[in-house]
Design a binder for this molecule. Structure first.
Ligand code: APR
Length: 258
């Protein structure tokens, strides 16, 4: 492990355009379960119930969606950034981060200190609610307060359109600007570091391929093996928090003794 950590640090020290690609595994040490691990979200809920078509299909489906979304929001709202989030934020401070392409909707990158223009939220955010008809945006807590007072499924104050967390559900179109930007940054990167993703959901999972095809070094830090491990330049299996903390320590040593 030490050799691998030193090697990732060396790659960070010698690279110019470093992209971090984050998945739910980055936030499990902050108390937010991931999706596909035992005990994960898709162990407890049926993904079908979360599909966009289902949400649009009926009042009853939207009530069920909001009930599940409310259960998931609690731990997310309370969560604090862990060592891996903090290491990524510090990389930005050291001028060693081009951007973070995140699949996560928990907003922890910002709580850790990353700036807005450095984080591309590919799957949206759970911290905001938007109207599917007029696009009006609401603070999540304000809507949760209405639900706590008995509302089952919220509608827009302006146009009565259905309100939904501003996340991208299965079957919902991807956010155009963010997706284009993510592809662009991936293609320009010279070091692409995947942290905590099973790399099975498209189009997000094609970003490491775009980076690799354009000459970037590909590093994967994940607790379990992924189907991309064979094509990666370096793979570390383990907990993202302590691994990223050790890598950052090596990077700082390298920056202090060039
Ligand atoms: N450190 C490192 N890796 C971890 C840790 C940890 N502490 N905890 C979990 N992992 C790894 C797991 O081994 C797993 O391979 O993180 C990965 C998480 O994979 P998924 O649960 O599939 O999450 P993700 O890849 O982000 O899912 C992509 O799928 O359900 C949709 O929209 C949702 O954005 C999500 C997308």
């Amino acid at each position: 492990m030490t050799k691998q950590i030193e090697e990732v640090a060396r790659l960070i020290l010698t690279s110019k355009r470093i992209v971090i690609f984050a998945g739910a595994g980055l936030s499990t040490e902050s108390g937010i379960p991931d999706f596909r691990s035992p005990g994960g979200v898709w162990d407890r809920y049926d993904p079908e119930d979360f599909s966009f078509q289902n949400f649009l299909s009926s009042e009853a489906s939207r009530e069920k969606y909001w009930q599940m979304a409310t259960e998931m929001y609690g731990p997310m709202k309370k969560a604090q950034p862990n060592l891996a989030h903090l290491a990524i934020a510090e990389m930005e401070g050291l001028g060693k981060l081009d951007c973070v392409i995140t699949q996560n909707i928990d907003g922890l990158h910002f709580k850790a200190g990353n700036s807005e223009d450095k984080v591309i939220q590919l799957h949206g955010t759970a911290m905001v609610v938007s109207c599917l008809t007029c696009g009006k945006r609401y603070d999540r807590d304000e809507i949760q307060e209405r639900l706590r007072k008995g509302l089952k499924a919220p509608y827009c104050d302006d146009c009565r359109g259905p309100l939904k967390p501003a996340t991208i559900s299965f079957g919902q179109s991807m956010p155009e600007k963010e997706t284009q930007e993510a592809y662009h940054r991936s293609s320009l990167s010279d070091l692409f570091v995947v942290i905590g993703s099973s790399l099975v959901v498209q189009p997000a999972a094609s970003m490491p391929l775009v980076a690799k095809r354009n000459g970037a070094k590909l590093v994967i830090i994940n607790r379990d093996p992924t189907s991309y491990d064979d094509m990666a330049d370096l793979v570390i299996h383990g907990q993202a928090g302590p691994i990223m903390e050790s890598i950052l320590k090596e990077v700082k040593k390298g920056l202090n003794n060039p």
